[in-house]
Design a protein. Structure first.
Length: 286
């Protein structure tokens, strides 16, 4: 059975932290609860034996992906029936229909299925609210650790530990020294190796899923470059957390990633905090 904290509906944002937009403030605790319930469904599968299928693009799929998808879609439809939900495990929605969406939920029920299959704990539940192409609310839940990264415009960005302790997230202000670079656990590339070779002194931290972006948001890393393919649901929730923590997630021309494009694929991107940018010169070497 899933741990008790996955079956609770916490209220982690007291009146002192209520933002200018009460709608987003009211939504955030409810979405955290939905993400925690999805995490409980994931752990029910994770703790047992499970089969691994593969989609057309060869990415893995498990019963945990489907279970979390069901919990999240049902929860969001009950919470905001007026807004559509686009999930990685949904039936594809044509752009001719999506392009009219002003506000919608963008979901990856289990980000990092490869890490799930490896049983290393580095996978997440990602739920974002997109408004006019921008993520304005984001929840990244880490099932194995029972922790949550959460943010919304006007609220700020927070880390919620499994025991309920809350701390505000702020990116690091890099002013020199070894650059802490986050790299994918399962998706290395020649371009990344070339970029790293052109960087000054740096340290590498390898981790899976959207946790890479969350490490930058938490000030535990300075820079995360991603050359390989990702989809919009992989980044939206964590982008909101990073932006509300004072960081940026952009394409290589330093333009913020946008959502609900005709192609669901992202451009190669960079996640970074504040301060100096020694990596900027190195981008020309790629």
């Amino acid at each position: 059975m899933a741990p008790a904290f996955y079956r609770l509906a916490p209220g982690p944002f007291p009146d002192a932290f209520m933002p200018q937009d009460p709608t987003l403030a009211a939504l955030l605790p409810a979405v955290i609860d939905i993400a925690r319930r999805a995490a409980g469904a994931i752990l029910e599968v994770y703790d047992g034996e499970f089969a691994v299928e593969h989609k057309d693009d060869r990415s893995p799929l498990t019963a945990a992906d489907r279970a979390a998808h069901g919990v999240i879609v049902a929860g969001l439809q009950a919470l905001t029936p007026q807004w559509p939900v686009l999930s990685e495990e949904s039936v594809a929605v044509p752009y001719a229909q999506r392009r009219a969406w002003q506000r919608y939920w963008l979901v990856d029920p289990l980000d990092g299925t490869r890490e799930f299959v490896k049983r290393n704990g580095e996978f997440t539940v990602n739920i974002a609210l997109i408004d006019a192409g921008r993520p304005v609310l984001g929840v990244v839940q880490v099932p194995v650790r029972g922790e949550v990264y959460a943010a919304a415009e006007g609220v700020g960005a927070y880390h919620l530990a499994a025991d309920g302790v809350r701390r505000e997230l702020r990116v690091a202000d890099y002013q020199g020294g070894p650059l802490r670079v986050v790299a994918s656990r399962s998706h290395g590339s020649p371009e990344l190796a070339q970029l790293l070779a052109a960087l000054p002194g740096h340290q590498i931290v390898s981790i899976g899923s959207s946790l890479k972006i969350c490490l930058v948001a938490a000030g535990e890393a300075d820079f995360y470059p991603r050359h390989g393919p990702t989809s919009e649901w992989d980044t939206a929730a964590a982008q909101c957390v990073l932006e509300q923590a004072g960081g940026q997630l952009t394409d290589f021309a330093l333009r913020p990633l946008r959502y609900n494009k005709e192609s669901i694929l992202n451009a190669p991107f960079l996640a970074f905090g504040a301060g100096e940018r020694p990596w900027q010169a190195a981008l020309g070497a790629v």
